[in-house]
Write a protein that binds this ligand. Sequence first.
Ligand code: 5AD
Ligand code: SF4
Ligand code: FES
Length: 362
Amino acid sequence: MSVNIQTILDQASFSREDLALLLKTGEEERKLLFAKAAEVKEDYVGKKVYYRGLVEYSNLCGKNCLYCGIRAGNKKARRYEVTEEEVLEAARYAWENKFGSVVIQAGERSGKDYVRRIERLLRQIKQMSNGELGITLSLGEQSEETYRRWFEAGAHRYLLRIEVSNPDLYHKYHPRNKAHNYQARLDSLFLLRKLGYQVGTGVMIGLPFQSVEDLADDLMFFKEYDIDMVGMGPYIEHEDTPMYQYRDQLLPKMERFYLSLKMVATLRILMKDINIAATTAMQAIDPMGREKSIKVGANIIMPNLTPSRYREDYLLYEDKPCTDEDAEECKRCLEARIHMAGAEIGYGEWGDSKHFARRKKQ
Ligand code: 5AD
Ligand code: SF4
Ligand code: FES
């Protein structure tokens, strides 16, 4: 069997069946996969890991994704919005500590005032850092006009996870209404690309009703849509969400973790020059989750910069790490972790997706 896996790993292209086989590897065979992924990473994107200082700007959200702890319907969540001064302070910290970039993430909201507030923040961050800080947004589905305004104000990357690429499954994890529409999400990804953003997407791994073949399809989806960056991690149940009712049907957490690690490694082999994040959800299961992701292909990490007083309210899933820490603690912690993983930190660099640079040249 391991001969088989090695044969697949040595191929130049991969079918859906090949990908599924890689995702199904057991303890021994997956070592071959991880070794290959590490090799591809070193050859194509190098040893450097780039920082994206993460500001969880607000847990207000108008949507009701059935898995998410900050969904509008969760009345137990204490809602917050970080103040303008605090965002600028976090951005300044990122800039002074040579993080290269920040990510502003929040639940999905619209409204003129909100759009304007984000726009103003973007301009302020750019101005404060002499244009040096890169800015990624992760603020959900918005209109073309909004995406354009934010791009013109200085954002140049956008993360919008498709969550699951199979439309039938998508509608199992989201309410069936206009606000949760698979096609609209897909359209958003196209819009972002058209407007010139570096586009990131991603999925959750180990959802109820999801098969390994579905995950292979997710990987094919990233390839087909020529995505620049991917952030994906294990699905982790949250008590105050409708999907908690399926908790007995889930893979054990450690299996979800290894499946996620295999997804990262397989994606690195499939899309050699994209940016792949070592996500926080990996660490929610395994204390060394992010380091392990870096070893098998991830090259982006998001140190948390959210002011401490808000952190425990941005609880998308249970056991989320870093909720008791502050920016300084996360910085020190991550530095040690990255060195342990045998990687280097790309201080002061944007660390843009090499894939994006290549497709722009074409
Ligand atoms: N488990 C794992 N990831 C989750 N997200 C939301 N809820 C969960 C959960 N229960 C992820 C989604 C979303 C991102 C911000 O957080 O993929 O896009
Ligand atoms: Fe809102 Fe995003 Fe959570 Fe969905 S996943 S409820 S859009 S914060
Ligand atoms: Fe936040 Fe380790 S990265 S505590």
